[in-house]
Design a protein around this ligand. Sequence first.
Ligand code: ZN
Length: 346
Amino acid sequence: MPGQTREVVVGLDNGGTAINATVLDRAGRFLVDRLVETPSRVGEGPAVAIGALSEALAGVLRLTGVPRAAVKTVGLDTPGPASADGVISTRGAVNFADPAWRGFDVRGALETRLGLPVIYSNDANAAALYAHHVHFGPEAARRSSVALIVGTGLGGGVVESGRVVRGAAGMAGEFGHIQIPMEGLLAPGQPTPVCNCGLAADGESVASLTGIEKNLLPYWLTRFPGHPLHALGSARRAAIQVRGHAAAGDQLSLEIFRQQAIALGRLFTIAANFTDPDAYFLGGGVVETTPSFRDWFLATVSENTDLRAEQRPLATFALVPDLDMAGARGAALAGAAALGWLPAAG
Ligand SMILES: [Zn+2]
């Protein structure tokens, strides 16, 4: 069809192993309703990985029958840490281990390769933006939200009036590295958790896979001497299995997730006093589990979020939807926002 419906934004979610691609048209419709994944090849360094992103774009256009001339901009997201403009941290990043990635301008390199404008988001901000727009729909521009994404680390995003709050250096919404009170969270005698960033008792030191592996699981195993997770021999493998055990009702694993839920609630309490959002979203691997465990976890996070009497009836707690596609879709929405395609606040 001619005219504005042929104008699209391509969203590319560049992960540690895979690229997920999507296409968003000017009417706000996603033209693919499933995962469109190709290998990201980030382990082979930036030159190979930029080529893989270019191929992913071509592939999703072929799949949807959209001509390249219809692409007005590209939304790109990657895991952090990276600057607001998509320059990977000079200190390196977990998902970008090759030394050539340090200080690499992934946004600029893709823009040069494609000859198209590229709008960069970090992956947690992209997921936050997608959750916000799915939840609020036409109301998105008049609402605010915060999102916490629990994975290997703890990512976060703040959305105000339908737009991601990026901050001066692109580091707004880094809830993972806000310190929280440990009183009433830790068991008597439990060591204070420490984060990879060097801080003690911050959000990520508790509410992340890394936090389970380094802080929570080593303590709780001492309290459950006969537990089957002792036999695994690898702390990382054991940490990964905690979620499955928790969903099956295992006591040790539920203690770990109860501590994570308290930490997440305390971070949401900070948000409640800071931007007082309409919605609190929770995403990441932690919610990819059985419905009953997910519901318990979200309810426990909500119970540990200290809202005022005026706030509680207005606040919504919800999960980030379509988790596998949230990054690509959120990156595409950020591209659409840059083009002025999203409705503005009235
Ligand atoms: Zn930290």
